[in-house]
Design a protein around this ligand. Structure first.
Ligand code: ATP
Ligand code: MG
Length: 328
């Protein structure tokens, strides 16, 4: 069975961008692939090293988000990055042959450094997060990595590392392929390019109905539309982009009615609200089931145990390939 590795940084609750970018593929493919989901707590510290106190709550939240969208813990291994020591070990080995320039010129590193104000002065850990992410992916010799568009250049680093390792030493790793969701990048409620925890423009999977209604009602639409029957421009409207992502069956019809001025922004938002409620209702029900005391802990401990076993096998192969298995 081919293998999937993907995951999230526990920097806060997951949102609809995660859903279309990666979670949907995780759920869809869990039956066809042996699946590992990393909760990347160490990688969170690459930007949030000064606030580790948020980690326990955020780890639990991200685990619950993954479970409530429909990942089956009997099938999928959800694990904590910091509790798989082989990932740290691989990070060190990989860092020996990847150059600083390759990391500096990575488009995702550049964009995120700007977003966090790290352009002039970034930590070694932030610059190196694609290397640690390569270790997350390669520790289980994964074949496929479901991610949003923003992460593709980072997956490219993992592909490079796998290739380079295989050439330098011995063939140990497959070249992992990034797999985008049907909507590779969901825009934020403010119309900004990406819905993102750090930008505060999100609808969270755990939002209550009333909060979602309020968020939708105050979202930006087409500024040229003053009256309900003015012809609209769906191509620039945030809400229309959500119809394309979550209501593809009706979206053609909504597009035509918007252009003709026969559906107003309020009506269009109300319909979106209903669509999201239908999507999130089963998610809420599952969350309640997994919130039972002790359940998340048990799931994470067993997923982490499976990850450590797999990590052990990979590190044995790596040490042998690198001639550092002295006493075997
Ligand atoms: P942060 O702002 O803390 O970096 P984030 O919202 O970017 O958080 P991550 O945990 O970095 O979330 O990303 C997890 C996964 O979700 C990645 O594969 C990423 O590409 C995907 N993803 C995040 N936001 C979006 C989005 N708006 N559209 C599509 N995919 C997304
Ligand atoms: Mg991110």
């Amino acid at each position: 069975m081919k293998r999937i590795l993907t995951g999230d940084r526990p920097t806060g609750p997951l949102h609809l961008g995660h859903y279309v970018g990666s979670l949907e593929n995780r759920v869809r493919l869990q039956h066809e692939y042996d699946t590992f989901i990393v909760i990347a707590d160490v990688q969170t510290l690459s930007t949030n090293f000064d606030h580790p106190e948020h980690l326990p709550e955020d780890v639990r939240h991200v685990a619950l988000d993954n479970l409530s969208v429909g990942l089956d813990p009997d099938r999928v291994n959800i694990f904590l990055q910091s509790m798989v020591p082989q990932i740290a070990e691989l990070t060190v080995f990989f860092s020996m042959f990847i150059t600083v320039n390759r990391l500096r010129h990575n488009p995702t590193i550049k964009t995120e450094a700007k977003q966090h104000g790290f352009e002039e002065n970034m930590t070694y850990g932030f610059l190196g997060y694609p290397v640690s992410q390569a270790a997350d992916i390669l520790f289980c010799r994964a074949d496929v990595v479901p991610v949003g568009e923003d992460q593709l250049p980072v997956v490219e680093v993992s592909r490079f590392i796998a290739r380079r390792f295989n050439e330098l030493y011995e063939r140990v790793f497959p070249e992992p392929e990034g797999l985008e969701g049907e909507i590779p990048r969901l825009v934020g409620l403010d119309g900004k390019t990406k819905m993102s925890k750090s930008l505060g423009n999100c609808i969270y999977l755990s939002d209550k109905s009333e909060d979602i209604r309020k968020k939708l009602m105050s979202a930006v639409t087409d500024p040229a539309r003053i009256h309900k029957d003015d012809p609209g421009h769906p191509e620039i409207c945030t809400i229309f982009s959500y119809h394309k992502a979550f209501n593809s069956i009706e979206s053609k019809d909504i597009e035509e009615r918007c252009r003709a001025g026969t559906i107003g922004c309020v009506g269009c938002k109300k319909r979106m609200f209903e669509v999201l409620e239908a999507l999130l209702e089963p998610v809420r029900e599952r969350r309640i089931r997994f919130e039972k005391p002790g359940m998340v802990k048990e799931i994470l401990l067993s997923g982490t145990e499976a990850a450590r076993i797999e990590g052990g096998k990979t590190v044995d192969l790596v040490r042998k390939a690198m001639h550092i298995n002295y006493f075997d």
